[in-house]
Ligand binder design. Structure first.
Ligand code: SF4
Length: 227
């Protein structure tokens, strides 16, 4: 769209780019004190995201399997895809393997979508630093629009500066995203904070950890009392 806007000379089309890079986030999690030193987050492996992997392919995950000895399985989005990917991960852990496996072979290849990669690198470049919720500033973990397309870059066009917005004081999203806490550790989970009245980002999106736990996991938390 950005290329097309440039080709058409549109002057009323601009984009605020917030694209982030999955491998950088994985690396930051693996290097976090909770994983490396304290052991408070026991990490057995990673599910590689389907949509990202269709573009970047499975190759960028090899580093985590080789250097950190963590299994990675790229999974599709259907429930059966996720179950199959978890089964593949469990099998790797049980057999002491740390490899990149691809469950989503119907859409992901080792090299990914080369045409899409070329388009991405034509329009975007690495951002020096980006603030991730829960992970803070992660160097070179996001993309920005190249100068050649500045006419369609909302940041350049409107002089936008990034200003961090603090979470609600009670919100534990950051720790939940790092695996240090669970949604139920938040004092306002399911009472003040619900999908209808979200107080934090993990509850806003249906994919968020708190929303998912509220919709599908909280019933497991209720103790069953035998009559
Ligand atoms: S999103 Fe809501 S429930 Fe989740 S940690 Fe934040 S405030 Fe708590």
């Amino acid at each position: 769209m950005i290329r097309q806007a440039k080709a058409l000379g549109l002057d009323n089309f601009s984009v605020l780019c917030n694209h982030v890079l999955t491998p950088s986030a994985i690396m930051t999690i693996l290097e976090s004190p909770e994983v490396r030193e304290l052991g408070t987050v026991p990490l057995d492996g990673f599910i590689g995201p389907a949509h990202v992997s269709t573009v970047i392919g499975s190759r960028p995950y090899a580093f985590f399997a080789e250097e950190y000895r963590k299994p990675v399985v790229i999974a599709g989005f259907e429930p059966l895809d996720v179950m199959q990917a978890i089964r593949m991960l469990v099998r790797q852990v049980n057999e002491g393997r740390a490899e990149v496996e691809n469950e989503f072979t119907r859409a992901v290849t080792e090299d990914g979508n080369l045409k899409a990669q070329a388009l991405v690198s034509e329009v975007f470049e690495l951002r020096r630093s980006f603030e991730w919720r829960g992970l803070r500033e992660v160097p070179y973990s996001a993309l920005k629009i190249r100068k050649a397309f500045a006419a369609h870059d909302a940041e350049a066009r409107f002089g936008l500066e990034y200003a961090p917005v603090p979470d609600n004081k009670a919100c534990e999203c950051g720790a939940i995203l790092r695996g240090v806490k669970k949604p139920t550790d938040c004092k306002i989970f399911g009472t003040v904070c619900t999908p209808e009245n979200p107080m934090g980002s993990c509850m806003v999106s249906s994919e968020g950890a708190c929303a998912a736990h509220y919709n599908f996991g909280r019933f497991r938390d209720v103790p069953v009392v035998a009559a």
